[in-house]
Write a protein that binds this ligand. Structure first.
Ligand code: NAP
Length: 292
């Protein structure tokens, strides 16, 4: 028996999670499903940096509040609604931002109404908690490497933040393609990053990364740079002509400041670096944000 109301962590205003989140017990359970939608009973929801960044940054007219927090989830099908799934199937998936904007749903609730395209069956060797962390990070990595980066076998890719959730997927996908991978992390994560498949490792805490890469540029230069950290400082990009091939691409997971007042000037430097034409000293390399 599905109750008409559910518990949900709801984003009520712009601010930090502490300021913005409220545990509601009267959030409505979706009653009516459109064709192609399923109802998922949530077992686990994951926290993602995108969640708190949007909570803090996005104005109400872009991201209407109140809405339920977060995007990644795992659970079981509560209503298959005539789709190819069955009641009780173990699944995981994610809620795209545009669905939250439209329906105010999020992962930190007991039930989610979602098109079946955003849900995949979960194998028995994955717990709900493990599976809830997979969808957005792996899709971001796929989008960066396959769709925007179009990495090919034999190419060489530099991944900043190889120990991050997105970075670890990027390493595995790049190795699967047959590319050579150079990745950064701090020393405590070297074993993990190499286990993911990195051929070369750089401890970013011990050096000025852009300066190091200028001095140790590979030959041939990188075909693709993926900044999985979303650095606010633009120097890894602005120095990239020295180590990224002409025709190569610099992709970032998205430079959103953690602390708006302290980092806004650094972010402005990034904006200036991106809009300055080459004739006025701008960087002659393509720069893109990964777009899910
Ligand atoms: N997760 C997603 O689904 C997703 C989707 C789209 C965009 N993003 C964006 O991608 C970025 C990373 O997200 P995530 O979830 O993958 O993060 P995460 O799993 O929390 O990873 C953070 C890791 O980044 C590494 N790091 C921090 N500063 C670094 C630096 N200056 N240079 C190199 N590595 C550094 C640290 O590695 P060490 O501990 O080894 O130092 C840290 O453990 C965020 O900006 C996020 O908004 C994430």
């Amino acid at each position: 028996m599905i109750t008409p109301f559910q518990r949900a962590w709801v984003v009520t205003c712009r601010g930090t999670p502490e300021e913005a989140l409220s545990l509601r017990t009267d959030w409505p359970v979706p009653q009516k499903l459109e064709p192609g939608e399923v109802l998922v009973k949530v077992e686990a929801g994951a926290l993602n940096p995108a969640g708190w960044k949007m909570m803090r940054m996005m104005p109400n007219f872009v991201f209407p509040r109140p809405h339920v927090a977060e995007f990644d989830f795992a659970g079981t099908i509560a209503n298959a609604n005539g789709t190819e799934l069955f009641e009780g199937d173990a699944v995981y998936g994610f809620i795209p931002v545009e669905i939250t904007q439209k329906t105010r749903q999020g992962a930190l609730a007991e039930y989610i109404r979602i098109p079946e395209d955003y849900v995949v069956p979960r194998s028995t060797n994955l717990t709900a908690i493990e599976a809830s962390g997979l969808a957005a990070a792996s899709q971001t990595a796929y989008q960066a490497i396959y769709v925007q980066g179009q990495l090919s076998p034999g190419q060489i890719v530099f991944i900043n933040g190889g120990s991050s959730a997105v970075g670890a997927f990027v390493i595995q996908l790049a190795k699967g393609i047959g590319a050579k991978v150079v990745a950064t992390a701090s020393a405590k994560n070297e074993v993990f990053v190499r286990k993911m498949g990195a051929d070369e490792f750089i401890d970013y805490t011990k050096l000025d990364l852009a300066k190091y890469l200028v001095e140790h540029a590979p030959s041939p230069k990188f075909n693709l740079i993926f900044d999985a950290v979303g650095l606010i400082d633009p120097s890894l990009y602005t120095h990239s002509e020295a180590y990224l091939q002409c025709g190569g691409i610099f992709i970032t997971s998205g430079p959103l400041p953690k602390n708006t007042s302290a980092e806004i000037w650094t972010l402005l430097k990034t904006v200036v670096a991106l809009v300055t034409p080459a004739i006025l000293g701008g960087t002659r390399r393509k720069y893109e944000c990964v777009a899910l």
